[in-house]
Design a protein around this ligand. Structure first.
Ligand code: IPM
Ligand code: MN
Length: 347
């Protein structure tokens, strides 16, 4: 037997509730195999910060590195100043573990209603760069709080960083049926970074002649995500544009309760991290009514990344079947988790 050493960071709010169901689904998926999950819980998030003042220490990071993957629930609480846990914990994990591919599928499952009148067949994936852009913290402010304040957040885009994520996006596009890649940026205004991205896509495209490409400015991309989302297959974009577009992607495919994500280190020099796109939702925390579907779909992404493709497909199929028959009767977090787990079978 083989063990998957899983670092579990449930975090704050509904993170705790949804991760519980994610773990049950994971066990069910692997039940028929020789593989079992060996979870280690990490106490990270608001509570830890309040008691110790720590967000993510070097020794936490070292310990997390010893795992095969990370399952993360949600981070954040209104009692912690904005930015402390986001930068000190979530982004620190993504940056330190070199999660340069932030993979976020946008798929409208059968039975799920979209707010769009004519959603069509929505099935794309956003490859959001995860370690650069305006997220790097390369900024500063002077004369803070005065009328003469100057606040800078400088977006960092390296040839190395752009090329590796673009190549990953092409690889994914080449493996898909439509083999189409859309670069989203804003090179009419952000001329330095924008043209680096454009040139990189053009050059890497030569290695993937079977993949067709096009380009959209980010503002236009938001229009097409509303008017014609089925035109998208793979979208590659920078960290901030990707953050914004993937919330829109979630909104048109049934909401963030369903949106899964994977923070991937494709070179496997550190564990990849799987997390629902949604946050800790303090307003409904502890009530057992958060939808664990996004976490369970993130578990499917994890299984796929770890090479358990059949098991991953089974989890996704179970979610799809549950969604197809999901009525309007509200169900608890546990009930949804249980219904999906039963469909996965195994337990
Ligand atoms: C997300 C979140 C994070 C991000 C925040 C919480 C730092 O919005 O995962 O999309 O901006 O990446
Ligand atoms: Mn976001």
């Amino acid at each position: 037997t083989k063990n998957i050493k899983l670092a579990v960071v449930a975090g704050d709010g509904i993170g705790i509730e949804v991760v519980e169901q994610g773990l049950v689904a994971l066990d069910a998926a692997l039940a028929g195999t020789q593989v079992s999950v060996e979870p280690t819980e990490f106490n990270l998030g608001a509570q830890r910060w309040h008691t110790t003042g720590e967000t993510l220490t070097d020794s936490d990071l070292d310990a997390i590195r010893q795992h095969d993957a990370i399952l993360l629930g949600a981070i954040g609480d209104p009692s912690v100043p904005s930015g402390v846990l986001e930068r000190g914990l979530l982004l620190k994990l993504r940056f330190s573990l070199d999660h340069y591919v932030n993979l976020r599928p946008g798929k409208l499952y059968q039975g799920v209603s979209s707010p769009l009148a004519n959603p069509g067949d929505i099935d794309f994936v956003v490859v959001r760069e995860g370690t650069e852009g305006p997220y790097v913290g390369n900024g500063g402010a002077i004369r803070v709080g005065t009328p003469h304040e100057v606040a800078n957040e400088v977006s960092v885009n390296t040839a190395f960083g752009v090329e590796r994520v673009v190549r990953d996006a092409f690889t994914r596009a080449a493996a898909r049926e439509r083999k189409h890649l859309t670069l989203v940026h804003k090179h009419n205004v952000l001329v330095h970074a924008g043209h680096l991205w454009r040139r990189t896509v053009e050059r890497v495209n030569e290695e993937f002649p079977q993949v067709t490409t096009d380009y959209l400015h980010v503002d236009a991309a938001t229009i097409f995500l509303t008017t014609n989302p089925s035109r998208f297959d793979v979208i590659v974009t920078d960290n901030l544009f990707g953050d914004i577009l993937t919330d829109q992607a979630a909104a048109i495919t049934g909401g963030i309760g369903l949106a899964a994500s994977a923070n991937i280190n494709p070179d496997r020099t550190a564990p990849s991290m799987f997390e629902p796109v949604h946050g800790s939702a303090p307003d409904i925390a502890g009530q057992g009514k958060a939808d664990p579907t996004a976490t369970i779909l993130s578990v499917a992404l994890m299984l796929d990344h770890l090479g358990y493709h059949t098991e991953s497909a089974r989890v996704e199929a179970a979610v799809a079947a549950d969604l197809a028959e999901r009525g309007t009767t509200p169900r608890s977090t546990r009930e949804v988790g249980q219904a999906i787990t039963e469909r996965i079978g195994g337990l």
